[in-house]
Design a binder for this molecule. Structure first.
Ligand SMILES: Cc1ncc(COP(=O)(O)O)c(C=O)c1O
Length: 433
């Protein structure tokens, strides 16, 4: 029985898919943080190059992937699709469980899918240095690699709790030639103000974003790069779903449910937006499930309104599900899911009922992660394990209902650099908050 579905390098997608072109009603426009008027492209040029801004605002359904980007994607794409037959057996479920494995990239997650094009577009626009934030370090490591490959300098503000919990990701960034600061840092005015208020501040993605943006606007030749949330990031990630559609055809099945974890929303967008296209344009009945931590329940408990993407209030105001831009999430191990807001495109899909949300506490997430590791062999990232928890629960439901269900999920990253978190779980020290 075939359980691994691969595609040749020639099947690396040639276009990204832009869901904004197919939404039945438009996503509300972002507002200028000062004037509260709709933002113009010029407003964004202080932090992003023109070519990236054009993509961020594009309403084109399909956007060509430059050859230079496809050449780098060829280092690991197309990623494999696997059927988790051993997990199915352990659960004694009639469900068929498939996963798209994005942990097979050089840094171990889906994040290079957007880091590579962002570094490429900045390089051709004349940028010399990219500044960014990172939570668990997956995004920072991805941008570090991308900058190295395209000859750019790179500065990363890493949320302090992850900086301390995950020294190996910091070392990975440094190996790729990047400078890494714990955030809040003494490098920016905003960071120094946070430290003055609380010298032990664990940091948050919102604070780290503010620091990276402050550095960008005060250093000519530096631009800012974001690893999630924005339209162009979701766009770049759609290579995941486009490949998955082809691979599910190869497997001869169609998913009933498509599942992804959500931090800022980009890996869910990557796997799900191409399926949402088929939902909207072909009337397909897919259920799309976004899975988040109960300690940072942006979709399931947040409010849909205009909010800032960062803590300091420097970014444009975007319509999104948010817990408030000053929300300080607890220091859970899935550092990449500790973000107060949700991508405007994912938020819009949620509002329109195109996707559903569910939240889990972290001990039940690690229980699922360990079962997956013990059956399928791969140790999943704590972030991705949220998706696995939901998949297992759906598979158990299928067993109870005696129904075959086809479940596809995005395994957004491996957890080989997150073993300290596994240690906490295995020694009984992991708490839900
Ligand atoms: C492995 C992994 N999955 C998921 C996420 C969450 O981000 P997003 O919702 O943008 O996919 C992260 C963020 O760092 C991550 O490292």
């Amino acid at each position: 029985m075939q359980t691994r579905f691969t595609l040749p390098q020639s099947s690396i997608p040639t276009r990204w898919y832009n869901l904004l072109a197919d939404f039945p009603e438009p996503v509300p426009v972002p507002l200028h943080p000062g004037t509260r008027q709709p933002i113009t492209p010029e407003d964004m040029y202080a932090i992003f190059p023109e070519n990236v801004v054009a993509q961020e605002m594009s309403a084109e359904r399909w956007i060509d992937i430059p050859e230079e980007v496809r050449d780098v994607y060829a280092l690991w794409r197309p990623t494999p699709l696997l059927r988790a037959v051993r997990l199915e057996k352990a659960l004694n479920t009639p469900a068929h469980i498939y996963y798209k494995y994005e942990g097979s990239s050089p840094v171990g997650s889906h994040k290079p899918n957007t880091a590579i094009p962002q570094a490429y577009y900045n390089k051709i626009a004349g940028t010399r240095c990219l500044a960014t934030e990172t939570g668990a370090g997956q995004w920072g490591a991805s941008l570090a690699l991308a900058c190295q490959l395209f000859g750019l300098d790179c500065l990363v503000w890493m949320v302090r709790v992850s900086y301390d919990q995950k020294p190996y990701r910091r070392l990975l960034m440094q190996t790729y030639g990047t400078t890494v600061y714990p955030s809040p840092s003494d490098q920016t005015e905003f960071g120094r103000a946070q430290l003055a208020k609380d010298p032990n501040c664990p940091g948050s993605l919102g604070i780290a974003i503010s620091e990276a943006i402050e550095n960008t606007v005060t250093h000519p030749g530096t631009k800012y790069s974001l690893g999630s949330v924005l339209n162009h990031v979701c766009l770049h990630q759609t290579v995941i779903g486009e490949e998955a559609i082809e691979q599910m055809e190869q497997a001869g099945e169609e998913p009933d449910i498509v599942v992804g974890c959500v931090g800022g929303g980009s890996n869910l967008a990557g796997i799900a937006f191409p399926f949402i296209r088929k939902k909207i344009t072909e009337g397909k009945p897919y259920r799309i499930l976004a899975v988040e931590p109960v300690s940072c329940p942006t979709l399931t408990k947040g409010e849909l309104r205009y909010d800032f993407g960062d803590t300091a209030g420097m970014t444009p105001l975007m319509t999104m599900y948010t817990l408030g831009h000053d929300f300080m999430p607890p220091s859970i191990h899935a550092g990449g899911l500790r973000y107060h807001g949700m991508s405007p495109a994912v938020s819009h899909a949620y509002k329109l009922g195109l996707i559903e949300g569910v939240a889990y506490p972290q001990t039940s997430v690690f229980e699922a992660a360990v079962l997956f590791a013990r059956t399928e062999g791969l140790v999943p990232a704590p972030e991705s394990s949220h998706a696995i928890r939901a998949v297992i629960d759906e598979a158990i439901k299928a067993r109870e209902e005696g129904r075959k269900k086809v479940i596809l999920f995005n395994l957004s990253g491996h957890g080989l650099l997150d073993l300290a978190a596994y240690n906490s779980y295995l020694t009984g020290k992991l708490q839900d908050e």
